[in-house]
Design a protein around this ligand. Structure first.
Ligand code: ZN
Length: 388
């Protein structure tokens, strides 16, 4: 039977149906390889439609459990239909990236059927992952020290999620702004790849563990306390600090007009309420709107400032650092910065770097009491770092 015919036949024979995570570990304990060579699991696609996979060179498809070989081919496109995936699969190539719906990725793929949809998980080294993430999160032509800052912040953020998510789901992070943007091979740039390699293995730690290294575009003059943005989050290294370095950002100051009709529509879309708005009250702390109370014809609705920002439109209501006044049939908002405002201010890092500050000084400025350390062993909760 030719490989072309073997594939659908074997798939039809696979009777197992499972969404259970693989039993493997992220790292081999005792490995002396640097952490950048260790694997990270990134969800790159969740699709109800067929997924096309391609490699220009040799490509193997096997079952995750038992390693039963289903296909060994060259220069071929494989179409994976959700209804035919009955057991988790692994797709590997040699010396060649694998394309998923025409987007190329380094490393290998795992294919899972999750409630009738295909989840494609890219298993890639942490270093290769970062070479795509860093230029996706900041411009690759920024100051070299600022690129190193982003490389370390993104590595730390990824390590935190490897440590805290592995037992809960099939992947460590997804490829979107919900975590960090990962676009695969086509996004890599030489300058940011150099920054990843020059900072290889370096993370920011607090009491020995990688921190939850949040970052954002522009704080507007002062970063936010994480507790003012997300209820239940209160990390000492994410306390708000003054930032006089991000004034060059195009988002340093902004204004926008919101009509009550637009606000009502946004909140209705998210099932918050359906009544006519009578008043909106904002409560602030440390310069940020922390709570929004909307009184309307059917009752009262209260949410955090960050929830309000995300519900209304984070592209126009750019941050929770704003003041409002009544204007016509709505509100005139004057604000500062772009993003949630917690942790590293990227435009601030750029400003500090252009003022001659090193990546270490910049990171220690935004992540208070954080230490910059090189993790050499496996990614685990009690690293044995070498202090720099
Ligand atoms: Zn700033």
């Amino acid at each position: 039977m030719s490989p072309r015919h073997a594939f659908p036949y074997l798939m039809a024979l696979l009777l197992f149906s499972s969404c259970v995570p693989p039993a493997g570990h992220i790292v081999r304990r005792g490995s002396d390889a640097g952490i950048d060579s260790q694997p990270i699991r990134v969800l790159v696609l969740h699709s109800k439609s067929p997924v096309v996979v391609y490699s220009a060179k040799r490509m193997k498809l096997r079952t995750l459990r038992g390693s039963k070989m289903l296909l060994d081919t060259e220069h071929r496109r494989i179409t994976l239909n959700p209804e035919k995936i009955h057991t988790p699969l692994v797709i590997e190539s040699w010396d060649s990236p694998i394309e998923v719906n025409r987007k190329a990725y380094r490393g290998t793929l795992e294919i899972h059927n999750v409630l009738g949809s295909i989840d494609v998980i890219n298993i890639v080294s942490l270093g290769d992952y970062l070479k795509s993430v860093v230029p996706s999160e900041i411009p690759s032509d920024w100051n070299r020290e600022a690129l190193k800052v982003q490389a370390i912040a993104s590595r730390t953020y990824a390590c935190y999620h490897i440590l805290h998510s592995r037992s809960k789901r099939l992947f460590d992070l997804d490829a979107t702004t919900s975590f960090q943007v990962y676009k695969g091979l086509s996004s890599e740039k030489q300058t940011t790849s150099d920054a990843v390699e020059e900072t290889s293995g370096m993370v920011v730690t607090y009491r020995g563990d990688p921190i939850l290294a949040y970052f954002h575009s522009t704080c507007g003059g002062r970063t936010a306390n994480d507790s003012d943005v997300w209820s239940g989050s209160d990390h000492p290294y994410l306390a708000g600090i003054d930032c006089p370095y991000c004034a060059a950002s195009p988002h340093f100051r902004w204004q926008t007009q919101l009509s009550l009709a637009d606000i009502r529509k946004s909140l209705q879309r998210n099932s918050r309420f359906t009544g006519t708005i009578r008043s909106i009250a904002f409560r602030s702390h440390d310069g940020r709107v922390t709570s929004v109370t909307v009184r309307h014809s059917q009752g009262t609705c209260t949410m955090t400032g960050n929830e309000f920002r995300l519900l209304v439109n984070p592209d126009t209501l750019k941050s929770t650092s704003f003041h409002s006044k009544k204007s016509g049939g709505g509100l005139q908002l004057s604000g500062k910065g772009w993003g949630h405002g917690v942790g590293l201010c990227q435009w601030g890092a750029r400003g500090m770097a252009e003022n001659g500050k090193s990546y270490k000084k910049i990171l220690q400025y935004y992540y208070r009491d954080g230490r910059i350390e090189r993790m050499r062993g496996p990614i685990q909760s009690s690293p044995q770092p070498s202090h720099l």
